[in-house]
Design a protein around this ligand. Structure first.
Ligand code: AMP
Ligand code: GLY
Length: 426
């Protein structure tokens, strides 16, 4: 069968790499894809942007894929799955009505409140002065969030009043996130350790992926501003078997039931960002897709072909499926451009990609790199993910960094502590 894959990041390279290994797949077209995807067997890329719904509709009519898989959230929130379905094409990913779970944090918080899904206490504001008055009287720390999509930048964890007022001004007065900031949430700051809990769902059955953990902050020891994610590993020992059961029973299954009850049946990947404190999981946010970089270690560990799982999800048959996981551990270290997550430099020549992949068990997933006359150059904030597979987390960390050391460009930045939280729990 022929697959159309939407997106261009490390997550999509990992998906393309994994799906291309399926015996069921004869051809994979990625829009817009990247140079890493273009080099995978059976894969080719076409220059249609993931946000260009009209262009993608033309593309799907031309290519006639048997299945479309959507990587990022923006096209899902914009209704890509609805448009494709209405035109007779199968797509794995939620409808716009269901993708509101990520598209509006206010919607997600109100849903959780109504269905008693554990999450931080919150208030919603659509007026700057009311929000500022609330902040004047509030206890700190607290968290200010823009309602809509903000590419991971719309969340401010504020230790002090000035920071919260500054966040409100950015979101509601200067409107740096546009209409995504028409409403804000101000919520209690949760303490604990974070984990990413991601599952396949057909709207009734939830089949979880293995546990994983992201590293959101730009610098070691979780310092500095949040990014899309600077590295991830799987499995994450913070998600014990008991915690897994709690997350399934208190969060994942109730959320899928709630979405169905609200007339927004949810089919696709569902990602819950979880804060775990004293054996209690609470939802930080929902995403309507695989995490990036979490997808990289997860797909490296996944022994089961994901294509039949997606097809079963689309036909409501996930109940008969199981996923087998490699017992080995995987660690992904993201290498980023100087300046990321702020404005960053592009066009630096990258060396050592092939040498890195010579480290046994190491795969390099491309996120923001391109070909040029001088060789491979940086073209994004997160440039690539060096992802390893080894018998345990310490070995996987060592292998991933062995790969990282072989890759160079001017101004490269990466964290040196990816996976350390797992070592503290071992
Ligand atoms: P979100 O995009 O909502 O997951 O937020 C991004 C990051 O901000 C999360 O991964 C957490 O590190 C942090 N965060 C969000 N909400 C809270 C909260 N209520 N308490 C503490 N940290 C939070
Ligand atoms: N790595 C976090 C995310 O994909 O949202």
């Amino acid at each position: 069968m022929k697959i159309l894959l939407i997106g261009s990041g490390g997550r999509e390279h990992a998906l393309a790499w994994k799906m291309a290994q399926s015996d069921a797949v004869s051809e994979l077209v990625a829009a817009p894809g990247n140079i890493g995807i273009a080099k995978e067997p059976k894969c080719r890329v076409v220059r249609v942007s993931a946000d260009d719904i009209k262009g993608l509709l033309e593309l799907v009519r031309l290519e006639k894929p048997d299945l479309t898989v959507v990587g990022p959230e923006a096209p899902l929130v914009a209704g890509l799955a609805d448009v494709f379905t209405q035109n007779g094409f199968s797509v794995f990913g939620p409808s716009a009505a269901a993708a509101l779970l990520e598209g509006s944090k206010v919607f997600a918080k109100e849903l959780m409140k109504k269905y008693e899904i554990p999450s931080a206490e919150f208030e919603v504001f659509n007026d700057y002065y009311e929000a500022a008055r609330y902040v004047e009287a509030a206890k700190f720390p607290l968290v200010v969030k823009a309602d809509g999509l903000a590419a991971g930048k719309g969340v401010f964890v504020c230790e002090r009043r000035e920071g919260a007022l500054e966040a409100l001004e950015q979101i509601m007065i200067r409107k740096v996130f546009g209409i995504a900031g028409q409403k804000v949430i101000i919520e209690d700051c949760l303490e604990g350790e974070e984990a990413s809990f991601i599952a396949f769902t057909d709207g009734v059955t939830v089949i979880p992926l293995a546990s994983s953990q992201d590293h959101k902050a730009i610098f070691d020891n979780d310092k500095g501003p949040n990014t899309g994610g600077m590295g991830a590993y799987s499995p994450a020992p913070v998600v014990t078997p008991l915690m897994h059961e709690k997350i399934m029973n208190k969060i994942m299954l109730p959320t899928i039931k709630a979405m169905a009850a609200e007339g927004r049946p949810y089919v696709g990947f569902l990602y819950a960002g979880i804060m775990i404190h004293e054996d209690n999981p609470k939802v930080l946010e929902f995403n309507v897709r695989l995490g990036d970089p979490e997808a990289q270690p997860l797909l490296v560990r996944m022994n089961t072909d994901p294509i039949p799982l997606m097809i079963s999800a689309l036909t409501g048959n996930l109940g008969k499926e199981t996923i087998n996981w490699n017992e080995d551990a995987s660690v992904c270290v993201v290498m980023a451009s100087q300046g990321y997550p702020g404005t960053y430099v592009k066009g630096n020549i990258i060396t050592g990609l092939e040498e890195a992949e010579k480290v046994p068990g190491v795969k390099v997933f491309i996120a923001g790199a391109d070909n040029s006359l001088g060789g491979v150059i940086t073209s994004g904030g997160r440039v690539l993910g060096v992802t390893s597979l080894a018998k345990n987390i310490p070995d996987a960390i060592q292998k991933a960094y062995e790969g990282v050391e072989r890759i160079k460009w001017e101004g490269v930045h990466f964290r040196r502590d990816i996976g350390e939280k797992a070592l503290h729990r071992a």
